[in-house]
Write a protein that binds this ligand. Sequence first.
Ligand SMILES: Nc1ncnc2c1ncn2[C@@H]1O[C@H](COP(=O)(O)OP(=O)(O)O)[C@@H](O)[C@H]1O
Ligand SMILES: [Mg+2]
Length: 448
Amino acid sequence: MRLSRYYLPVLRETPADAQIASHRMMLRAGMIRQEGAGIYAWLPLGFRVLKKIEQIVREEQDRAGAVEMLMPTIQQAELWRESGRYDAYGKEMLRIVDRHDREMLFGPTNEEMITEIFRAGVRSYKDLPKLLYHIQWKFRDEVRPRFGVMRGREFLMKDTYSFDIDEESARANYNRMFVAYLRTFARMGLKAIPMRADTGPIGGDLSHEFIILADTGESAVFCDKRLVEMPTPKKDIDFDGDLQPVVDQFTSHYAATDEMHDDTAFAKDVAEENRIAARGIEVGHIFFFGTKYSEPMKAYVAGPDGKDIPVQMGSYGVGVSRLAGGIIEAFHDDDGCKWPMAVAPYHVGLVNLKAGDEKTDKLCEELYRSLTAAGVEVLYDDTASRPGEKFARMDLIGLPYQVVIGPRGLENGAAEVKRRSDGAREEIALDKVADHIAAAVKDALRYD
Ligand SMILES: Nc1ncnc2c1ncn2[C@@H]1O[C@H](COP(=O)(O)OP(=O)(O)O)[C@@H](O)[C@H]1O
Ligand SMILES: [Mg+2]
């Protein structure tokens, strides 16, 4: 992509009301624009990040055996009356009336709708288990939308729903999501720690929040350091096999958010040098809730003995749009973002320091073409901005590599290649640049 054709409205000033780094940087780097309280337009650069996050989430859901679909954003109040949540949800629900005076709402989540869809199509235990998901915008009229996309009112969520005949089988689906989440966040460069979460009236141990540690996180969290060091399950893990040992491994050490935290147990179970008391961002939440919706909404299936029983359900959310902010919180410096390759809006920024000069233009064009042909995603700064402005902009948007072509390099037959993550610089011969970058990108995108 040529920057001259792109839409990248970089802000010079730091927006005054943006309190955390990711919010500031997303606004400044022209990734998002606020269109209302907690409502954002995703500008081209931000949109690419959002799509990459979404795609990783999708790939890991698919790998785990979940099946993608798409439910609408607008729902009927009727459905929510069946579960009893239409009144219970309160002011967080954005309620809408259509031209026929029918009560509608903008979905804050989809348990009711998926239960309705399920009961229309499944009759027998033989059709179970089922694991269905979609990636769709939600609206919650949060009291305090803040921190940009971290706590928005309109936000993109991946939500999966499981349907099982009994608790044992439900646990297998729960474990699938548990492992899929570990992999999902790891592929984005994040270490998300599963922490016991409140299951409410249902009880049991089947609810975990996936938390990334960050000073600006909204929750206080407490965990054992050994969890941070635990290896991520590999991509060849058998999702139809027994995942309990993996789940046990990740749940065998202390990890709890504020609401579930127990100071005495923390002190007793965790050696002092392993205690982490920090702040965290909730990027995912998995939950088994049994027959909470299937019972009132009559999602029954015939069991092996022919008797109808309510199906056992769980739901599993990932904050796709929140992750864009969360990843910046984890990877940035004072100058801007430092995107991990897997979610970077482009892999490399090609900087033409003397746009308009025949020689540099020609060289940049050639490099642009050869990099693109090698499968590298390039943002080519072909604008007439001053070098200082170009460098600052590239650092701000934080692409993993910068390839700088200027008159000096032309003389030496070399480009300067800068790695954004650690600032390392290398001079690389012009005829080797494309291969060098392509190899580095490929290497960074490899995962197991
Ligand atoms: N207001 C919001 N803005 C952005 N992301 C959100 C918001 N609310 C929830 N999410 C994301 O969606 C995931 C699933 O939501 P859920 O657990 O139902 O929400 P909550 O924890 O607010 O009750 C959360 O883990 C979080 O990553
Ligand atoms: Mg939650």
